[in-house]
Design a protein around this ligand. Sequence first.
Ligand SMILES: [Zn+2]
Length: 243
Amino acid sequence: MNEDRGHLDPAHQALREMLGALVLGHLTSAETDRVQAHLDGCAACRAELEEITPLAGLLGAVDPASFETPPTPPPGLGDAIRRQVAAERVARDDDELGARRDAARRARGRRTRLVAAAAVLAVVGVGAGLGLGRATAPSPPTVPMEQIRLAAAPGSGVTVDSAGLVNHTWGTELRIVGEGFHAGEVFHAEFRTADGELVPAGEFLGVGAATMTCNLQSAALRDAVTEVVILDEDGSAVASSAL
Ligand SMILES: [Zn+2]
């Protein structure tokens, strides 16, 4: 039998654990036969048996009633036992190391969150500090908006109060404040880009006479936008701005 495979074999493990009982003469004859049959084909177990056989006399001489405290194995008790104890200790240490690593990971996660929270507090603290040094509380940071002149088409009924573009890394935002966009009608904003193409820049629902503020977004980059056009459902421009 291949010894490495034998060590993984549960039958081998079970029989190996019976070797101690064998040397102490605690096995039934059937069990003894089974162990013996295994020993015939397993060099590892034969070696183990050789190592523990001398211990049988020692173990047999022990009177359990004389133990005041649980015994600890003396160094001379045998390589087999010490190896096994060492192996168990290694396995236990591995578990402890794993548990410690997990705990460290969790602690790192907590620290990261604490650092992030502290950073937020620091920013808030700086803002509050600046506020104390001024007459008024600091206004929230605003993204700079580029005001544009969005002219309503004659006869469209639309009035544009203000319009602006915000240059984002991800594209361009269009902000329109106005009224007179026919209630219930869907309007499309489009950007003309440097190559002459019109690209969708978002759509909105007209609310009639009420003042409407809407923010529309497009993936077109600000540098590429040369014109803003607002189209009604028929595709007619109701407002436009040449930039
Ligand atoms: Zn074996």
